[in-house]
Write a protein that binds this ligand. Structure first.
Ligand SMILES: Nc1nc2c(c(=O)[nH]1)N[C@H]1C(S)=C(S)[C@@H](COP(=O)(O)O)O[C@H]1N2
Ligand SMILES: [Mo]
Length: 370
């Protein structure tokens, strides 16, 4: 365990989870911030309500009548825009797979207490809004701009630090035409929990970048150093090192659990008949090039068949025919590789990644064949 983490652990013993268990604190977080049931992997676009949710503080209560967006910082023409002004700009719809950077965290022993995701913190939505860069261009981004900061209305305390929820992206990312300010999800106004009336959607990045309940957008001349940037989502392995900032999604593949579940344990029961295993794979780093399936706990792997994704930033469907010949217990797994050669698992050393970030370990489903 690195020196920083040992120090944090000694100073704040109540910030840590017990190995292999969740506390009432974590249960409270899990109840507020639900995941997508894995059967939701059946859909190209996740039905509204099945998409995962993560809110650090409170869902902001915002009235459209009084809300406006402030655009300022290193720009020629600082401005304030109403929702009507924003929604009368050119429309852009993007189908985007979003995953929380903490997905898989609950499987890490020696982690800090946080939202205890297993593997279900993902969803794909069809977001409609207007291109961020178009708006920034009309505000006139000045020379020397390095980042764009998004500030939400929500405020709270994390790691002992009180702050507004805010995060930045580099100007080069802000220029991408698919980065939008979204006011609709799946063809409807954003519901409160997804960021009403406006959020930023940055395809390919982990969820934390997609700031909800936007209050202001600020063009910066210096990199942003706020809590959710340099403490919340940075894997820090020593007090001296600046750490690794978590940015784009590592490849991951998940499977719709086959057969029928036992209510409490979620163990699956299937029969000895031919069946189609199905799932989805995604990567924020490159398109998905390959998905492999193992039906023997990872000893042997076989290629799945890939289908077309609903868009360049949406997950790729895959399928695999399986006919278990013998009754007994099976561990089914799937793993993805993207076109840049990134694969699974990217398992950061537990002790040096106590927030359990970017854990894209291989998904395993236990099935009992009768
Ligand atoms: N303002 C604000 N934006 C936020 C958050 C938040 O707590 N406050 N959580 C972030 C995180 S960590 C994730 S994973 C995504 C989740 O988006 P969703 O709840 O719409 O699925 O929102 C991001 N945007
Ligand atoms: Mo997240």
């Amino acid at each position: 365990v690195s020196a920083t983490n040992t120090a944090i652990r000694e100073e704040n013993p109540n910030w840590w989870a017990d190995a292999n268990s969740v506390s009432l604190d974590e249960l409270g977080l899990a109840a507020r911030n639900h995941g997508m049931p894995l059967e939701g992997l059946a859909y190209d676009v996740t039905p509204l309500g099945m998409h995962y949710l993560l809110t650090h503080f409170d869902v902001s209560e915002i009235s459209e009548d009084t809300w406006s967006l402030e655009i300022g910082g290193h720009v020629e023409h600082p401005q304030r825009l109403t929702l009507e002004e924003i929604s009368s700009r050119p429309r852009s719809t993007q189908v985007v797979t979003m995953e929380c950077a903490g997905n898989g965290r609950a499987r890490i022993a020696g982690r800090m207490k946080s939202q205890p995701w297993l593997e279900e913190a993902v969803g794909t939505a069809s977001w409609t809004g207007t291109a961020l860069w178009g708006l920034l261009e009309s505000a006139g981004v000045k020379d020397g701009a390095v980042e764009v900061l998004f500030t939400g209305f929500d405020r709270g305390i994390q790691g002992g630090v009180e702050h507004d929820y805010e995060r930045s992206i580099p100007v080069a990312e802000a220029r991408r035409s698919e980065v939008i300010l979204a006011y609709e999800i799946n063809g409807r106004p954003l519901p409160p929990q997804h960021g009403f009336p406006l959020r930023v959607v940055v395809p390919d990045w982990y969820g934390m970048t997609n700031v909800k309940w936007l209050r202001s957008i600020t063009v910066l001349k210096e990199p942003f150093r706020g809590f959710q940037q340099v403490t919340g989502y940075t894997i820090r392995t020593s007090p001296e090192s600046p750490g690794i900032e978590v940015t784009k999604m590592q490849p991951r593949s998940l499977m719709i659990p086959p057969g029928i579940p036992e209510f409490v344990s979620r163990v699956r029961y299937a029969t000895r008949s031919a069946q189609q295993l199905r799932g989805r794979a995604w990567s924020g780093l490159a398109p998905i090039a390959r998905v492999e399936v193992s039906v023997d706990g990872g000893r042997t792997w076989d290629d799945a068949i890939l289908g077309p994704p609903a868009g360049p930033h949406a997950w790729t469907p895959w399928s695999y025919s399986w006919e278990p010949r013998e009754p007994g217990e099976y561990q089914l797994q799937s793993r993805a590789t993207d076109a840049a050669g990134n694969g699974q698992p990217f398992l950061p050393v537990d002790a040096d990644n106590p927030q359990g970030l970017a854990n894209n370990g291989i998904h395993s489903v236990r099935v009992i064949v009768r």
